[in-house]
Design a protein around this ligand. Structure first.
Ligand code: C5P
Length: 219
């Protein structure tokens, strides 16, 4: 599988992050979570108190973000500090989806994603199969019902000791879904050649087995 590129896209809470990691272990490829790039951009903007609706300011934040960034299979470092864990909250997720709607911000992040995918990887996000790696030979699109996705997010937040009102999590998720699907540039969408897997009633290992089966059949 050396050099193979696998795209894994899907909405928030579809389990793509967990599944991508496990699949990466199985096939021996690095895994890159592209959501972390948008999350770090959002987090830096929040930290600066910058206006999340101001595209020029967000492009500036993106440039600064890229300057201090190390992005790899083990997550994200910013100016030598590990940031992955503090990027998981809902506030950062919402900020990420706001900056992610800005074409100029996306353009700045695109090159980096394409460069790092160069030598083969599993990349997860929203537009990997459609925009970032349109030529990837294997593409998956993970879905699950919105209630199930909210339930997963809720239990994840609870485990991390974060805010955990279920209805609030459900509402946040719906808002983020809508923003990600309806934006003009690189919206969340299934690539025509992607294989959809609905994980509503599947365990993570069952999803991974299905993917491995599909990859094997394709050779
Ligand atoms: O996947 P995750 O929830 O970490 O992504 C956070 C936000 O980043 C998403 O809601 C989406 O707006 C944005 N994103 C994106 N394109 C990607 C990955 C994430 O627009 N490839």
């Amino acid at each position: 599988v050396a050099g193979l590129k696998i795209a894994v896209d899907g909405p928030s809470g579809s389990g793509k992050g967990t599944v991508a990691k496990l699949l990466a272990e199985e096939v021996g490829l690095p895994v890159l979570d592209t959501g972390l790039l948008y999350r770090l951009t959002g987090a830096v903007a929040l930290q600066r108190g910058a206006d999340l609706a101001d595209e020029a300011a967000m492009v500036q934040v993106t440039v600064e973000m890229l300057d201090g960034l190390i992005w790899s299979s083990s997550g994200i470092e910013f100016h030598g500090e590990k940031w992955t864990d503090r990027l998981r909250g809902e506030e950062v997720g919402a900020a990420a989806s706001m900056v992610a709607a800005m074409p100029e911000v996306r353009a700045r992040l695109l090159t980096l994603q394409q460069q790092l995918a160069g030598s083969g990887c599993i990349m997860d996000g929203r537009d990997i199969g459609t925009v970032v790696l349109p030529d990837a030979p294997a593409k998956f699109f993970l879905t699950a019902s919105v209630r199930e996705r909210a339930r997963r997010r809720w239990s994840q937040l609870k485990q991390m000791g974060r805010r955990c009102d279920f209805d609030e999590v459900l509402l946040d998720l719906k808002k983020r879904d809508q923003r990600d699907r309806e934006r003009q540039h690189a919206p969340l969408a299934q690539a025509v050649d992607a294989i959809a897997i609905d994980s509503t009633t599947l365990r993570v290992d069952e999803v991974v087995d299905r993917m491995l089966g599909i990859l094997e059949r394709r050779g």
